[in-house]
Write a protein that binds this ligand. Structure first.
Ligand code: AMP
Ligand code: ZN
Length: 435
């Protein structure tokens, strides 16, 4: 049941002792990176007498990583580096994360631990539909699955026909997939009269890399007839395998022997107590090449209080609600794209894709929600369609506190990204940053 029983079920006091030890070792190692040497001095910021003292250290942000490109955060000699991953934003330098061989092995182990937790075993066939390359999604669980001993098919995303062929040919039991693509593939199954329950051998899917709602998870579970687990990670800490759901499906265990977990108020930076929503801040505890201290992930979540029935002692975080920077302000009302998704996914007639557009009309913000319908929805009368549009508008208004313009579209009419889904297009001149 456990991949690493000692680590996963460690007594909290022992776990915290291990964290402090590893934190102090990390602070010492970080002093070799130019950025932290300048910040903390050549002797490093430690040793800290207790874990709570971490709150006295400054945060590290994505902008810091960019500004100190390419080597500011490198804490080992370049010859010890075996891999780098990089992500480029829309502006400025890319961010680069380096890995030693030991970093890669530790990451693979966390990925194996996470997958094993949900029931993946050696005999499974793992079809990895996440992107490979500089993006860490595909390669992260790939190494985990191989370490676990499962047959791994590194197919990557897209080309639904080929995905289906592999699933049938090799009796795939486990997939790793973007939630937005899982919804689209469900539509493809319906179009090609595939009943995943009868025609395929699937049991488990891992979804992650982009925010999604509980309603989306349940929908994928229903259509595919499998168990779907939420997988969280970010390149800055390694990639997938940072936090993962167990069979209880009640939040994601964040692997605290490898990361220190804090939730802070995104505006003030104050550390928040368990149960309160805020921004996830992570400190790596076992990474050599690019140790990061108090890294602001910008992901919004909370710590779920109480122990988990699975016996693991690592605390759980809630589903990521969105990012602190993807909140929309519509005529002064704050809302998150996930609130729209939650409402849409409750409506059975709604298909697999949607897009939020923010327009400026007569100096006012106007929210447009474009949604694809399932094919059957167009078989009814026009009056039925109008009725559906009105109902969706009402439900969105109740959830958001803003009345959107709802446009119902045929399946396949919205752009479908191969990578992470683009859910929001802000067409306001101000870009929504306050005019
Ligand atoms: P990347 O650095 O490209 O690997 O992207 C990491 C980011 O993807 C995270 O900071 C999150 O914003 C997002 N992400 C990853 N996993 C999840 C998940 N399970 N739920 C929601 N967002 C996720
Ligand atoms: Zn659990």
């Amino acid at each position: 049941m456990y991949w690493d029983r000692a680590a996963e079920t460690m007594d909290r006091r022992d776990l915290e002792r291990l964290q402090l030890e590893r934190l102090n070792a990390t602070l010492q190692r970080a002093a070799h990176a130019p950025y932290y040497r300048d910040l903390h001095g050549a002797r490093g910021a430690g040793p800290l007498p207790s874990l709570v003292d971490i709150a006295g250290l400054p945060f590290t942000t994505k902008a810091d990583l960019r500004d100190h490109f390419p080597y500011g955060f490198l804490a080992v000699p370049m010859e010890d580096v075996v891999r780098l991953h990089s992500s480029s934003g829309t502006t400025g330098n890319p961010t680069v994360i380096y890995h030693t061989r030991a970093d890669i092995e530790a990451w693979a182990d966390l990925a194996a631990r996470s997958m094993y937790m949900t029931g993946v075993r050696k005999a499974d066939v793992f079809q990895n539909m996440m992107g490979y390359g500089l993006f860490t999604g595909g390669i992260g669980l790939h190494y985990g699955a191989e370490r676990l001993g499962a047959l791994t098919i590194p197919i990557g995303p897209g080309n639904s026909k080929r995905q289906l062929w592999f699933m049938r040919q090799f009796r795939t039991t486990v997939v790793h997939i973007l939630p937005s693509y899982a919804l689209r593939l469900a539509t493809f199954f319906a179009e090609t009269s595939i009943d995943p329950r009868k025609d395929l051998a699937l049991r488990i899917a891992f979804i992650g890399a982009e925010p999604h709602t509980e309603e989306t998870r349940r929908r994928i579970e229903q259509v595919w007839g499998i168990k779907v687990y939420n997988s969280y990670g970010l390149s800055e800490m390694c990639g997938p395998g940072v936090a993962f759901e167990c069979p209880e499906q009640n939040g994601m265990h964040l692997w605290e022997d490898h990361f220190i977990l804090e939730i802070v108020d995104p505006d003030t930076g104050r550390v928040l107590p368990e149960g309160e929503w805020g921004e996830l801040v992570l400190t790596s505890l076992a990474r050599a090449a690019t140790p990061l201290i108090r890294y602001r992930t910008r992901d919004l979540t909370r710590i779920l209080p109480g122990p988990c029935a699975c016996g693991r002692t690592h605390r759980r975080i809630d589903r990521i609600r969105g990012r602190s920077d993807d909140m929309l302000i519509i005529n002064g009302v704050n809302l998150f794209p996930m609130q729209v998704e939650r409402t849409l996914m409750r409506e059975p007639a709604i298909g697999s894709n949607y897009l939020i557009e923010v327009h400026e009309e007569n100096f006012m913000d106007r929210l447009h929600v474009k949604v694809e319908l399932r094919q059957e929805a167009f078989e009814g009368t026009l009056a039925e369609l109008e009725h559906l549009a009105a109902r969706v508008t009402d439900e969105l208004t109740a959830e958001l506190g803003v009345t959107p313009v709802v446009k119902l579209l045929e399946a396949g009419s919205l752009p479908a990204a191969e990578g992470k889904a683009v859910r929001v297009v802000d067409l306001r001149k101000s870009g929504g940053k306050g005019a």
